[in-house]
Design a binder for this molecule. Sequence first.
Ligand code: URA
Ligand code: SF4
Length: 212
Amino acid sequence: MPAREPERPGAQRWVPPEGDVESLRSAAPGCRGCELWAGATQVVFSAGSPSARLVLVGEQPGDREDREGRPFVGPAGRVLDDALQVAGIDPADVYLTNAVKHFRFDERGNRRIHKKPGVVHIAACLPWLAAELGAVRPDVVVCLGATAGRAVLGRTVRITAERGEVLTRPGPDGDLRVLLTTHPSAVVRLRGRPEFEAAFAALVADLRRAAG
Ligand code: URA
Ligand code: SF4
């Protein structure tokens, strides 16, 4: 009897080895590494320059991103664009991606409500992010929120306690510098409240530190 293929849960078997960003991008729509592909419109891979010095990692695509197939094109993306601009970071020197590449949501009537990816989805999708970091080889990775922090650092993170510090993680070219900050969606939720300005300024300060 032939030996059964060992079960390989997660995205690894769909990730082309040694792939550059374009080959990763063309392979990603075929991924069946977890169940999230089934409910989503399409995979949302990355945006930005494959030779960027700065990689920004979000959580997962939202409703708009799922429909358009591009990361950070919704309200969180607008806040992020504004923050990058105020921080003086050239968008051409940024590579934008997410810890999880398919939109996870709950259906309420005809609305799709964002649902945080589980630890199992983060783990399943990690081979894509690892391959992206291997291909881009950035100087710094900024994790936007706790999901990205968990994916990149491989542990539970506490954004409020650890944000803005330059942390390190072993990377493809020696230590990779990693900085945690809030997810821009958390800033979006404060819009119209007195806390908005401070939250936005803190995001800008973290981005500036990462780029500096
Ligand atoms: N939030 C994210 O984390 N990623 C996106 O692409 C959009 C919103
Ligand atoms: Fe593959 Fe990630 Fe999509 Fe799951 S979320 S199917 S692991 S690309």
